[in-house]
Design a protein around this ligand. Structure first.
Ligand code: AMP
Length: 273
């Protein structure tokens, strides 16, 4: 497996790749959620490139940029064992120039929900993903459904800029007890972790209610917030797959989104219906 730290090295490598190239952009501290994206890519492409880059522009002032977990050696090992062909670990100075056009997430869909709570977050995400796409020039790029709004906005960007890249959404990977995997779970104490389980439980309770025929969004949200009693809930929202808010759940076209803060850590989860 190759490891590249400069854009030129990566581009030279890419030039000689024959066939399809799968790309998995990450911020490192890799877990089984990342690994499932990587496995999909390895299976579906001739070559797989994984990037590890903690992107400063997607963090708001006061967020966890400075303490974001770094595990470069372990990440490299994970990639190697998974059959990755090249890992790209660029540095911020090379990725960002002093004078650049602005990339802004669309007002309507980039500044609601996550974008409302973290204004500018998706500007940073789209900016770095567009740059990484420019460097890697992938055939297919893999993103988790866990970051549902991010996945929607990236697909939208690829369509808007007529990029020849297929965006592949991958299922959410969970611990056995239901907790959605996240690099930020490393911040949780044992107590926090137990408390955090209420988030995935609320989604389970929502799906049980739907089995019983409850599709009214207000009712589903109420049941969920009852399950998350005493938690610091940031939002529970139900949208269609284009991120329009809806009143009634539409099968195969809805997503229930939930965000809560546990012990100072912001945890997001969702259920695609
Ligand atoms: P991150 O390193 O947090 O930026 O995540 C990199 C990619 O992994 C994103 O596309 C995430 O949506 C995806 N991802 C993170 N956690 C999970 C998970 N538990 N299941 C599936 N994909 C995930």
């Amino acid at each position: 497996m190759k490891i590249f730290k400069t854009i030129n090295e990566l581009k030279n490598y890419r030039k000689d790749c024959k066939g399809s190239v799968g790309f998995v952009p990450t911020m490192g501290a890799l877990h089984n959620g990342h690994l499932s994206l990587i496995k999909n890519s390895v299976e579906q492409n001739d070559k797989t490139i994984v990037s590890i880059f903690v992107n400063p522009t997607q963090f708001l002032p006061g967020e966890d940029l400075d303490i974001y977990p770094k595990r470069e050696l372990a990440d490299i090992k994970i990639c190697e064992l998974a059959g990755v062909d090249a890992v790209f670990i660029p540095n911020t100075k090379e990725i960002y120039g002093e004078i650049e056009p602005q990339i802004l997430a669309p007002n309507k869909k980039g500044y609601i929900l996550e974008g409302l709570k973290r204004p500018g977050h998706f500007d940073g995400v789209l900016r770095v993903v567009l740059k990484l796409f420019g460097i890697v020039n992938p055939t297919n790029a893999y993103f988790g459904k866990k970051d549902a709004q991010q996945l929607y906005l990236i697909k939208n960007m690829v369509n808007s800029f007529f990029l020849d890249i297929s965006i592949v959404g991958c299922e959410i990977v969970r611990e056995e007890d239901g907790l959605a995997l996240s690099s930020r779970n490393l911040y949780l104490s044992l107590e926090d972790r137990t408390e955090a389980l209420k988030i995935s439980k609320s989604l389970k309770v929502a799906s049980q209610a739907m089995i019983k025929g409850v599709f009214d969004c207000k009712k589903i949200k109420k049941i969920m917030s009852e399950t998350m009693e005493n938690m610091d809930i940031e939002y529970i929202e139900i949208v269609d797959r284009d991120f329009n808010k809806i009143d009634k759940i539409i099968l195969k076209n809805s997503i229930i989104l939930v965000v809560a803060i546990v012990g100072g850590t912001r945890l997001i989860d969702n259920l695609w219906i």
